[in-house]
Design a binder for this molecule. Structure first.
Ligand SMILES: [Fe+2]
Ligand SMILES: [Fe+2]
Length: 217
């Protein structure tokens, strides 16, 4: 008896819930159809070009190829930045990060292997743009404190892009159950965060170095 009462109560509760959610879905008709309908494509929605753009795994592997290209490009861009820097602090920070970056290229190869994919580089438009911006700043500034400040600004944008990328990649790998990849990606994520802090410190030191130079004159 008690049991059947409970069952009736549960049934009633479920029925009430269904009614609520059904009426909820009906209320803002235009809004709900735009966000939930899979058959109609809302205006401005980009259609996937190929099956490669579908699925989280494909997106994950594609992003890996992107950052692999980006890290390799950085191993060529960082020495140029170091050559153009004046502050010893900044030169050291860039050279240290160059070594770290070379290690990250190798680590990405481990990530590819851990998910059963061949390590392939695919041009990363964002990193290409960030590197070009850095080169533009160097061309437009006099060597010295101002160019140093420009190099710091450009490289911090690069680090933030990398932080966003590795954070996303680690989250994707976690969702996909690729635990070995998560561990490797988080190691790199932490290195990028450290580089960001070092560059922030270099920025402060560069400003101080500049101020003390002016005092000496
Ligand atoms: Fe990196
Ligand atoms: Fe980096």
């Amino acid at each position: 008896m008690k049991d059947s009462n409970t069952k009736t109560a549960t049934k009633k509760a479920t029925a009430a819930k269904t009614t609520t959610s059904a009426s909820k879905a009906k209320t803002p008709a235009s809004k709900s159809s735009a966000s939930t309908s899979k058959t109609s494509t809302p205006k401005g929605t980009v259609k996937a070009k190929s099956s490669a753009a579908e699925g989280l795994r494909e997106l994950f592997v594609d992003s890996l190829k992107d950052i692999y290209w980006a890290e390799k490009a950085l191993t060529k861009a960082l020495p140029k930045m170091a050559k153009n820097a004046t502050s010893q602090n900044l030169i050291d920070a860039i050279n240290d990060h160059l070594k770290v970056t070379e290690g990250q290229v190798a680590r990405l190869e481990e990530v590819f292997a851990s998910v059963g994919e061949k390590a392939t580089a695919k041009k990363c438009d964002a990193m290409e743009g960030l590197i070009k911006e850095g080169e533009g700043i160097m061309e437009e500034t006099e060597i010295g404190a101002v160019r140093d400040a420009g190099i710091i600004a450009a490289s911090q944008k690069i680090e933030h892009y990398e932080i966003a990328t590795y954070g996303t990649l680690a989250a994707f790998a976690k969702t996909l159950g690729e635990d070995a990849a998560v561990e490797l990606l988080v190691q790199t994520l932490n290195e990028e965060k450290e580089a960001d802090i070092t560059l922030t410190e270099a920025a402060y030191n560069t400003i101080n170095f500049d101020a003390s130079e002016e005092d000496e004159e």
